[in-house]
Write a protein that binds this ligand. Structure first.
Ligand SMILES: [Mn+2]
Length: 291
């Protein structure tokens, strides 16, 4: 793969731009064509990169700095506007290549549907994969008004693919009654309203297992992250989300890939959401990409 083709401008702070030696590869998935409410997340990845320049390179939480991690920012994957099926195929192909090269995928969305082909490819390589999902929304719909390719469906798709008992959702406060009932009937754990405390109970169960973590920025309360398409009040604080990232870092799970999705700069007039997202990515890189 020629990454210079995908490269589109600035990079996440301290990216080494050395693919061969990179442990992790950051990439943007600038797609927002299946959203049920407000579009705009296609511009998320670029804005997160731009504001990342304002980050400190050192994490006082983890006593580690970005120079200690080798990562490569591949830019945004070029995706055909309006064609969800083709976009997901392209994302899947990109991830297949990264995994073949032994890289940890670090994705930035984009709407949440982009996580589906990523999780599917990761599951093909890492048997016994578990998913940690943080979100305001269940994302367990079969379809949205008849359309199965919708940003309200990715967790249902991966749950059916790897088994619902391997998927753990946290911070959920919005969804149809049927979605909650489906989860309960199929042995899938949904932690409502909170993230950190239920996560601490689940992490020991996942010790030693490969885990993919998918975070929708709207798990945060809109007071902490207003710049997203489907805002939903009653969410967690950025402090709780950081503590949750650090709890995963300290646990015995093996994080084999992760993403942060649904940042929509157009609703982010203070740029608080993009700045928060860039710090979350810093902490995930420092906490989850081990030596
Ligand atoms: Mn959501």
């Amino acid at each position: 793969m020629r990454f210079d083709e995908a490269y589109s401008g600035n990079v996440f702070i301290k990216s080494k731009q050395d693919y061969e030696n990179a442990q992790a590869v950051i990439y943007g998935m600038p797609m927002d064509w299946t959203v049920s409410y407000r579009p705009g997340s296609r511009f998320g990845p670029q804005r997160i990169r731009e504001v990342s320049i304002g980050l400190e390179e050192y994490s006082p939480y983890l006593d580690r700095e970005l120079d200690d991690v080798n990562y490569f920012d591949a830019g945004d994957i070029p995706l055909p506007f309006g064609n969800a099926e083709k976009s997901l195929e392209l994302i899947g192909g990109f991830i297949r290549q990264l995994l073949q090269d032994g890289k940890v995928p670090v994705g930035m969305g984009g709407e949440h549907l982009v996580s589906w082909p990523v999780m599917k490819e990761v599951a093909a390589v890492h048997k016994d994969l578990a998913i940690i999902h943080m979100d305001a929304h269940t994302d367990l719909r079969v379809d949205y008004e008849g359309e199965p390719l919708s940003h309200s469906t990715p967790i249902r798709k991966i749950a059916e693919h790897i088994g619902p008992h391997n998927v753990y959702s946290f911070g959920i406060r919005s969804g149809m009654k049927e979605e909650f009932e489906w989860a309960k009937a199929n042995g899938m754990e949904i932690a409502k309203f909170e993230v950190l405390e239920p996560l601490k109970k689940v992490l020991p169960k996942l010790e030693g297992r490969p885990v993919y973590v998918t975070i929708d920025i709207d798990v945060l309360d809109p007071a902490h992250a207003p710049g997203t398409g489907t805002v939903d009040c009653g969410g967690i604080t950025s402090r709780e989300l950081l503590a949750s990232i650090h709890a995963i870092a300290k646990s015995g799970v093996n994080v084999v890939g992760f993403d942060l999705v649904e940042v929509a700069p157009i609703y982010d007039s203070s740029e608080q959401t993009a700045n928060t997202a860039s710090k979350l990515i810093r902490e995930m890189l420092l906490g989850w990409i081990k030596e």
